[in-house]
Structure formats: structure tokens, C-alpha cells
Design a protein around this ligand. Structure first.
Ligand code: SAH
Ligand code: SF4
Length: 397
């Protein structure tokens, strides 16, 4: 599987995931892929579309994992399906619940790699924070995920599987259930979603399908650290809300804490935000800004943030995220007074800038703390990796 890093991500055709037992996993197939897979398995081509709709309904609307329970499908066909396909869920290596109700699942995939999913309940909504990669190639200096040694893209099935698993755990089948807890999805778990564009696009297409999981694109947010060349495609082809991990307003500081800035600078990034398809005052772009003591939290930084947002005429809101420390992290969180002052300045500039309440800290489920138990890289290793990447970026430029 391709992990873009030294080069810009290029779309690659997706091979259907192969399982050791030779069966095909249904979860993660797009509708046309499911139809083709059914024909391949010997289902009459004239019936395949209808069969696909039936299977889709049982799997994504009803949450059924056993073909035998798919009552409106003929018995022999069910047997054939069971022989050739599997529905399934990711394996849960660990499940934790925080004192504040936040839940975290550590998932283990067939190859032994792990990724995390977090559910954050609130009074009026419930947000599932979904991972797009195992680890992340981008090495933002304040982010725990960026320290993971292993990185691979998740498949569409592994991404959709996170949503299915949360629905199971919350007891929220069928999908149309009134008053469901899981109302929103944010692609803010482990990984950079735009470095796994095709899989994220396929997965979110499945999640948004009205006859299945049925989450509206208005309730889904994709967060990027600023992969500028793919932002317009994300708007056009996926169409969900956009969040951008800005975190700094000067080149020097953003280069240090979000190294992709050396490749795509602040001006290029904000111009891409201004051009983001579908952004308007009713659907604003969220700028995430992690509050790091004495690094990016001065009054001048806040004023510059307002200036930039105005300069690019961005329909924007700012999310101020108190830095969540992790063992070995190089920064400290700004003081509550500093964060309040920063927020005031941005508010006075006419831009909403709420402070995000840290959730699930006791189970290491908060923003940027996600990291599975795999080997931790030393700071020196990380610096080497970042230097190699940057050398690649300048070579490619
Ligand atoms: N790779 C994507 C999405 C995953 S990170 C991105 O960077 O946007 C989700 C959010 O958590 C990002 O805004 C990220 O910058 C933030 N984050 C990472 N580490 C953090 C930490 N230690 N404390 C607070 N926020 C953090
Ligand atoms: Fe990757 Fe996002 Fe963490 Fe940066 S903040 S290392 S892009 S997951």
C-alpha cells in the first residue's frame, strides 16, 4: 500500500482487500464494488444490483453480521454469500471508558497493526473520532501519533469498521433510530486523511449513503494538517466540512511545529481554504489551534490570526485546543488565563473562538494523544525522519 510522504500523494486504483480465508469482506466495498463482487461470486448478473441493495440494507441499516439472518434473501443465496463473503468487525484489543463518558477502542487489524477510535458524548450530540492511518508520516512536534514507528494506510473497510463498531457498542441499530447518540464524525483520529485520499473517500461515501449508515455530510468533518494539493478534491469529491490544523501564524513557528508547512506554507494553505468548495457562512471552515505555552499563544499571535482570516475573507471559526501532554512531549500547555485572553482577542476580531474542553484525558483519549502500543521512536529518530522527508520535499520542489 502506498504511503505518500516524500512525494505528493497520487491517486492509485484500489485492489479489493484479500483475506486469508479467501472470502471477501463486505464492509468497505462501495456499492458498485459490491455488485461486481456478487457477480464474481456467481450471483446472476440481472439480480446482482437488487441483491447488493438487500445486503447493503442488512449490513449498514440493520447492523447484521450473519448472512443467515438476512431474511428476504433465498436460503441458497444466503449460503453462497456466507461461503464467499464475510461481514465482520475489527478486533477490539482494548476498550476503555473515561470518567467523563468518553470511550476509546484500540483496534487490532489482521496484520497486527493497531489504531484507535474515540467516542465523545455531549449533551446535544455524540462525536466519533475516526482514524485514517496507523500512525502518521507527518511528525507534528506536539502530536503523539506522529511518534509512531509504523505507518500504513487504513483500508475503507477498516475506516467504516470503526463506525460499525461504535454503533454496535452504543446499541444503535437500525441506523434510522430516533435520538441516536452517534450523530457526528470527525476524521481527527490517527493519521492524515488526505494522505489516504481514495480510502477515506470510499469510506465516507459508504458512511453517508442514505439507505445505510446515513450520516449527513454536514455532520462529518475532515481535518487536515494542510495537504494543499488535495483540498479542492476533498471538497468536490467528498463534500464534508473542512477543519485545518493551523496552530501557528508565522512561518518560523509553523515550520517548527507542523513540518508540512515547509512544503505548503501558510499563504498557500489559506488560499486553498478560501477556494474550498462548499465553504460559506453557514458552513464555516474550522481552524484548529493547539495552545502551546510561549510558542504560539501571544496577543500578537491572536491578532495575526484575525488578520489572516480577514485578509483571505474566510468563513471561519477557530477551535482553541488546550495542548494535551503525553510522556516525552516537548511542550507545555498555555495557562488558562492566556488561553482566555487569546480567545477574547479572536472573538473581538469577530471570529468565534471557543476553547475546546479536553475529554477523556484519564484514558489517553484526548486529541493528539492517540498512539497504539507499538514501538516509540526516539526524538533523534523523529528528527532524522523529518529531515529525510524535508530533503525529499525540496528535491521534489
Ligand atoms: N492529521 C490530521 C487529523 C488528525 S490530528 C490533522 O493534523 O489535522 C487531530 C487534531 O488534534 C489536529 O488538529 C492536531 O493538530 C491535534 N493535536 C495533535 N496532538 C495534539 C495534542 N498533543 N494536544 C492537542 N491537540 C493535538
Ligand atoms: Fe499527523 Fe495530524 Fe498528528 Fe500532525 S497532528 S502528526 S498530521 S496526526
Amino acid at each position: 500500500m502506498q504511503i505518500p510522504g516524500l512525494i505528493d500523494p497520487v491517486p492509485v486504483a484500489r485492489a479489493l482487500p484479500a483475506r486469508a480465508d479467501g472470502r471477501t469482506a463486505v464492509v468497505g466495498l462501495t456499492r458498485p464494488e459490491l455488485v461486481a463482487a456478487l457477480v464474481d461470486a456467481g450471483i446472476d448478473a440481472r439480480q446482482a444490483k437488487m441483491r447488493a441493495s438487500q445486503v447493503w440494507h442488512w449490513v449498514y441499516h440493520r447492523g447484521i453480521v450473519d448472512f443467515a439472518a438476512m431474511a428476504n434473501i433465498a436460503k441458497e443465496t444466503r449460503a453462497l454469500l456466507a461461503e464467499r463473503f464475510v461481514v465482520g468487525r475489527p478486533e477490539v484489543a482494548q476498550a476503555q471508558v473515561s470518567a467523563d463518558g468518553t470511550r476509546k477502542w484500540l483496534l487490532r487489524f489482521a496484520d497486527g497493526n493497531e489504531a484507535e477510535t474515540v467516542f465523545i458524548p455531549d449533551a446535544d450530540r455524540g462525536t466519533l473520532c475516526v482514524s485514517s492511518q496507523v500512525g502518521c508520516t507527518l511528525n507534528c512536534r506536539f502530536c503523539h501519533t506522529g511518534t509512531m514507528a509504523l505507518v500504513r494506510n487504513l483500508t475503507p473497510g477498516e475506516i467504516v469498521g470503526q463506525v460499525m463498531l461504535a454503533r454496535d457498542a452504543l446499541g444503535e441499530w437500525p441506523s434510522a433510530l430516533e435520538g441516536r447518540q452517534l450523530t457526528n464524525i470527525v476524521m481527527m483520529g490517527m493519521g492524515e486523511p488526505l494522505y489516504n485520499f481514495e480510502a477515506v473517500k470510499a469510506a465516507l461515501g459508504i458512511v453517508m449513503d442514505a439507505t445505510g449508515l446515513g450520516l449527513s455530510k454536514r455532520r462529518i468533518t475532515l481535518s487536515t494538517s494542510g495537504v494543499v494539493p488535495l483540498m479542492a478534491r476533498a471538497g468536490d469529491e467528498i463534500g464534508v466540512n473542512l477543519a485545518v490544523s493551523l496552530h501557528a501564524v508565522t512561518k518560523a513557528v509553523r515550520d517548527e511545529i507542523v513540518p508540512i508547512n515547509k512544503r505548503y506554507g501558510i499563504d498557500e494553505l489559506l488560499a486553498a481554504c478560501a477556494a474550498y468548495p462548499g465553504a460559506n457562512n453557514a458552513r464555516r471552515i474550522t481552524f484548529e489551534y493547539v495552545m502551546l505555552k510561549d510558542k504560539n499563544d501571544s496577543d500578537a499571535d491572536a491578532r495575526e490570526l484575525v488578520r489572516l482570516i480577514r485578509h483571505y475573507r474566510l468563513p471561519a471559526k477557530v477551535n482553541l485546543i488546550p495542548f494535551n501532554p503525553w510522556p516525552g512531549s516537548a511542550y507545555e500547555c498555555s495557562t488558562p488565563e492566556r488561553i482566555a485572553r487569546f480567545s477574547d482577542i479572536v472573538f473581538q476580531g469577530g471570529i468565534s473562538a471557543p476553547v475546546r474542553r479536553p475529554r477523556g484525558r484519564d484514558i489517553m483519549a484526548a486529541c493528539g494523544q492517540l498512539k497504539s502500543a507499538s514501538e516509540k521512536l526516539s526524538r533523534a529518530d523523529l528528527d532524522r525522519r523529518a529531515a529525510a522527508k524535508e530533503a525529499g520535499w525540496s528535491a521534489a520542489a
